[in-house]
Design a protein around this ligand. Sequence first.
Ligand SMILES: NC(=O)c1ccc[n+]([C@@H]2O[C@H](COP(=O)([O-])OP(=O)(O)OC[C@H]3O[C@@H](n4cnc5c(N)ncnc54)[C@H](OP(=O)(O)O)[C@@H]3O)[C@@H](O)[C@H]2O)c1
Length: 247
Amino acid sequence: MRTVLITGVSAGIGHALAKLYLSRGFRVCGISRRTPAELVDHPDMIFVQYDLTRFDGISAVVDELLNRAQIATPEILFLNAGGFGKPPQRANETSIVEFQEILAINLVAVKAVLDACLSRNERPRCVAFSASISAIRPRAGMLSYAVSKAALNALAQIYGIENPDVFFAVIGLCNVDTKVARTILQADDRFDELVALRGRATTIPGYLSSPDERARHLAAILEERAQLGLQSGRFKEIRELTHSCSN
Ligand SMILES: NC(=O)c1ccc[n+]([C@@H]2O[C@H](COP(=O)([O-])OP(=O)(O)OC[C@H]3O[C@@H](n4cnc5c(N)ncnc54)[C@H](OP(=O)(O)O)[C@@H]3O)[C@@H](O)[C@H]2O)c1
């Protein structure tokens, strides 16, 4: 049975990806802190509730999921779990603790899950990172998030060079109506660009994609990655691939 492993399945894009792949007959292995109540009873869903910032236990969690699925590795690994933290604040106002918390889930946990999968007997054909344009276009108010996503791009590029047998898709997911986006849109008047973004998001119909729509886009891009000329380990914004976003 074709299997995907997705981190962050309780909400947002990861939840939508889990629903999509289950509806397409895949087995889905999922991890998050909250239980996705409406997915866990699906016969093809294998779920472990876990805080991915507890790095030491990640290898055991990945082993448990894949052993329960009776497979050596998933076909696609979605490294999706992530967060933004508090609403936008200036860099110097961001405490070290807040900064570390975002790097922990957006970057260090990604490496830990990836290493756990790559160390198994077989390797995934494709690893998809939930990347962000903020990595290459940082905006005021977004220190922790932008730094974590910039480092994620570097991480993906290095793993891509070192592991040519695996395809590393680094797709900027762009304006999806989730907690991450809604937190960014809470920016106060000090953050002009984010205020302007909120203006577009609230006045232009369809400006924010739904998680379901974005999950379909991402799945289609991964299937068509060769035709689209996607390069392993290289960041690409989803709107350049789908023309569905317009900011
Ligand atoms: N929304 C956008 O416009 C956008 C754009 C570009 C990139 N992204 C990226 O897409 C990814 C998904 O975000 P989203 O927008 O779908 O936001 P979301 O709705 O807040 O979903 C985040 C998911 O990550 C999980 N997660 C967070 N911290 C975790 C932890 N410590 N341990 C385990 N799981 C954890 C959450 O589950 P629990 O809270 O239950 O643990 C949740 O399932 C993130 O990496 C985000 O940076 C989003």
